[in-house]
Structure formats: C-alpha cells, structure tokens
Design a protein around this ligand. Structure first.
Ligand code: NAD
Length: 369
C-alpha cells in the first residue's frame, strides 16, 4: 500500500472548519481506497503568531519541506491587522512559497453544471467550462531588481519595478503547462506582451523553442495578455491550459476564477521543481481567504479545500481515479440540491459546513458501492 506524508496547516478563520472536512475525506481515502496517509498538523498565520510569536516556526517550515504535500486552509484576520509587515499572517504563507520554491501556481476554473447560474456571464458562455491557468509564481516584476521608490528632489519621487525572466525560469513553468495539457485537452495558450516588452519577447521565444524540442504533440498558441483578458470573458471555452508570467497570471487567474461565480468553490496548487525521483514540493490551498465575517459558525463552504485535496491526489500522488471520484461526489451532491450559504439559490437545500462534508462522504460511499 502506498503511504504518503501530508502536513495540514488549517490556519485562521474558517481554515480549521473547512480543513476538518478535508481530514474526513483523507480518512475515507485511507479506509476505502489503497491509500495510506501519515497526517501531521501545524500552525501557520495568526494562530502561529499567537502561539510562537512568528507566522511560521522553523519546525513547521522543516515539516513542510519534508512532507509529500502541504494542505493549507487560510491565514489572516482583523486580530493581526496591526502587526508589522514581516510578522503578518501572510508572511507565513510567503515563507512557505519561497522556501519550498513553488514556481508554478495552478488555478483551475471549472463551472459545475448545477452552479452555472452563479456566474455573471451567460450560461451558454460558461456551461462546461474547464480551464487551467498556470501562473509563474517566483519571478517577474514582483521580485525583479532594481525596485523601490527614490526621491528625486523638488517633491518628485520615482517608483521602480523590474520585469525580469531568464530562459530556465520560463521553460520550467512552460514545461508544467505542457505536461498538464497532455493530461487534459492537449492545448496550451502562452500569454505575454511581446509587442511592448523584451521580457515578453523572450517568453514567447523560449516557450516556442521548448515546444519545438519536446512538446510538438501539444497544440501551442500565443496570445497577447490583454487580448487574453478579453477572450476570457468573450469565449472562455476556447482555452484549455493558459501559461503566463507572475503579473499577468495574477490578473488572468482572478478573472478566470470569477467566471465560475463562487469563491468557496475554487482550489489551487503551487508546485516546485521535480527531484530525481520525480517528486515535487507542493502546496494545496483554496483560493479564498480566512473569511473572518463567517468564521466559527459552521456555514463556510468546504468544497474549495476539498477540491484542493483532489488536486493533491492528482498532481502529487498520481491518483487521478480518486481525484475523479471526489469531483464526481461534489458534482452529485450539488446536483442533489445541497448548498452552503455562499452558493445558495431558490429551491435548493441550505446546509452547514459539516452537513456538506457528511453529504460528500455519503456520496463517496455510494460511488464505490
Ligand atoms: P475572503 O476570501 O476571506 O472573503 C471574501 C468573501 O467571501 C467574504 O464575504 C467571505 O465570507 C466569503 N467567503 C470566502 N470563502 C468562503 C467560503 N469558503 N465559504 C463561504 N464564503 C466564503 O477574503 P477577504 O475578506 O478579502 O480576506 C479576509 C482575510 O483573509 C484577510 O485577513 C486576508 O488577508 C486573508 N486572505 C488570506 C488568503 C490566504 O490565506 N491565501 C487569501 C486571501 C485573503
């Protein structure tokens, strides 16, 4: 039997509530499928500040580096708003991303049939939508040097950030996109601004070269990032995998997420480089934050976190069958009319976080007979 190590970091706000449901599904996978997990838990964010005075302790960081996958809930909340920038709850998350060298951020945008009306776009535009945005996460203008604000005198200041990419940075994230496409619709659209930025021209050339050398079987297209922003709302179903840099990916992935209309449904994965055995460091987390406005009331939607665990099954453990099972269980429960408050619509049955978890587990039982 395969045994994998999982580190769970529930974090703050609704994090612990939604991760409790994830834990139940992990245990179900252990009981009903030939999958054994060694699960440990740690603190990140505000709760770690309260316990240790830092948003991520060195011990927890070491555990994260050693784990096969890290599952995170959410961090932050008004209690820690006054804390200095480097001690903010978010600094814990940034440290994880940095020290695990998670350079590829995967953000799927999937519209479940039962929730097609939750989108602000017309149902025919989004029905059946299933796209994946791969965003470069550790380079580009958010990290490039020089950066800063300088005083030029006479009341004039100058703000500088630098967009910078190297061939290895571009090609390693493009490689993730091509590999993903092979397991999906076999299409990659690479987005940059080669018309006005040299770094965009390099991006375009390096992706093209990698494609020609190793991925000719995958259909590659290129689109200017501003055109992609328009096409995402005009005809999103033309895309399969989109690969783009840190800045454009930040914007395009949020835009794509909103096509689905419900933040409580959106998972994500962040992957590092593969080691000699093919194992990648990986962090899985819902796109949403800690939702302090609803924390502690058992009303949060656990599906984003559950689908994040589904991504771990697919991308860290190569267990697509179990990931499909979980997807199907979620779909069936939604089809049956169960809704947490955030996705509630007339005629449906409103349920709590834990009842949504119960329903999904019951559905999983039904699916495996
Ligand atoms: P948020 O995502 O926490 O909440 C936005 C809105 O969506 C709220 O009304 C919330 O109730 C609702 N919502 C979010 N997730 C939900 C779920 N699973 N089920 C039902 N409703 C849900 O964003 P925010 O309000 O801007 O930020 C709150 C805190 O979370 C802040 O401290 C912020 O810094 C932090 N945050 C953390 C992360 C992270 O941990 N990755 C991401 C974003 C924000």
């Amino acid at each position: 039997m395969a045994a994998y190590s999982l580190l769970m970091l529930p974090g703050d706000g609704i994090g612990p509530e939604v991760m409790r449901q994830v834990r139940r599904v992990i245990d179900w996978m252990g009981r009903r499928r030939d999958l054994e997990f060694t699960v440990s838990e740690g603190l990140v964010g505000g709760c770690a500040i309260d316990a240790y005075g830092v948003p991520l302790s060195d011990e927890t960081m070491a555990q994260a580096l050693a784990a096969d996958a890290v599952l995170l809930g959410a961090v932050g909340g008004p209690k820690w708003d006054g804390v200095s920038f480097d001690k903010r709850p978010e600094a814990g998350l940034l440290r994880l991303r940095k020290e695990m060298e998670l350079f590829a951020n995967l953000r799927p945008a999937v519209v479940f049939d039962a929730l097609v009306d939750a989108s602000t776009l017309k149902p025919e535009v989004v029905r059946g939508l299933d796209i994946m945005i791969v965003r470069e996460l550790t380079g580009g203008v958010y990290f490039g040097e020089p950066r800063g604000i300088e005083d030029l005198g006479n009341g004039i200041r100058r703000g500088v950030n630098t967009q910078v990419y190297t061939t290895p940075e571009i090609q390693r994230v493009a490689r993730v996109a091509f590999e993903l496409a092979r397991k999906r619709g076999n299409k990659v659209c690479s987005c940059e601004k080669r018309n006005v930025m040299e770094s965009g021209l390099l991006w375009n050339q390096d992706v093209t070269a990698l494609h020609a050398a190793e991925y000719k079987d995958v259909e590659l297209s290129h689109m200017l990032a501003d055109a992609a922003a328009m096409q995402l709302v005009r005809n999103p179903k033309q895309f399969d995998v989109i690969v783009t840099d840190n800045l454009f990916g930040d914007i395009l992935s949020d835009e794509a997420a909103m096509l689905t209309g419900s933040i409580g449904m959106l998972p994500s994965a962040s992957l590092g480089a593969a080691d000699a055995s093919g194992r990648r460091k990986a962090l899985y987390e819902p796109v949403h934050g800690s939702a302090p406005d609803i924390a502690g009331r058992d009303i949060a939607n656990p599906i984003a976190s559950l689908l994040s665990f589904g991504m771990a099954l697919r991308y860290s453990f190569d267990r697509g069958e179990e990931a499909d099972l979980l997807d199907r269980a979620v779909q069936n429960v939604l089809k049956g009319g169960m809704r947490t408050a955030d996705i509630m619509s007339p005629g449906m049955a409103r349920c709590s976080t834990s009842v949504m978890g119960d329903s999904i587990l019951r559905e999983l039982d039904k699916l495996v007979g």
